[in-house]
Ligand binder design. Structure first.
Ligand code: AMP
Length: 121
C-alpha cells in the first residue's frame, strides 16, 4: 500500500484544511478530533508520510519515533489528563476501522472509559 497524499490529515498538514492546532513541533501536530468520543479527544499525527502504526514503526527514523512519542506525552500533559488518566488508541488496518490512512494516535480522556474494548456484538 502506498501513502495517499490526498488523505484528510495530509491536507491538514499542508494547511489545505482548517484545524485548531493544539500543539506543533518538528515531528508532530496535535488537533481536536472532529467527532469527539470523550470530553478530551485529540489526534496526534507525525509530520512524515506514514500510513499506520505498523508503517511508522517499520520505516520512521529513531529521531522521528522519539519526536512523535515525546510530542504525544507533551500533549497529554497540555490536556491536563495525566492525573485523571487517559487512553491512547492507534487504529491500524480494516479490523480496527482505521478511517484515515495517515498514522495517528487518539488521546482520549475526561471520563471513565470501558476496559479496553467494547463488548462484542
Ligand atoms: P481512525 O478511525 O483511527 O482512522 O480515526 C480517524 C479520526 O479522524 C476519526 O475519529 C474522525 O472523527 C477524525 N477526523 C476525520 N476528519 C477530521 C478532521 N477534518 N479534523 C479532525 N478530525 C477528523
Amino acid at each position: 500500500m502506498t501513502y495517499d497524499d490526498n488523505n484528510i490529515f495530509a491536507k491538514i498538514l499542508r494547511g489545505e484544511l482548517p484545524t485548531k492546532k493544539i500543539y506543533e513541533d518538528e515531528y508532530a501536530l496535535a488537533f481536536p478530533d472532529i467527532s469527539p468520543q470523550a470530553p478530551v479527544h485529540v489526534l496526534v499525527i507525525p509530520k512524515g508520510k506514514y500510513i499506520s502504526a505498523t508503517d511508522f514503526g517499520a520505516k520512521a527514523s529513531p529521531t522521528e519515533i522519539t519526536g512523535f512519542y515525546r510530542a504525544l506525552s507533551h500533549v497529554a500533559k497540555l490536556l491536563n489528563v495525566e492525573a485523571s488518566g487517559y487512553r491512547i488508541i492507534c487504529n491500524a488496518g480494516p479490523d480496527s476501522q482505521q478511517m484515515v490512512p495517515h498514522f495517528h494516535a487518539h488521546i482520549l480522556g475526561g471520563r471513565k472509559m470501558g476496559h479496553i474494548l467494547a463488548p462484542k456484538d
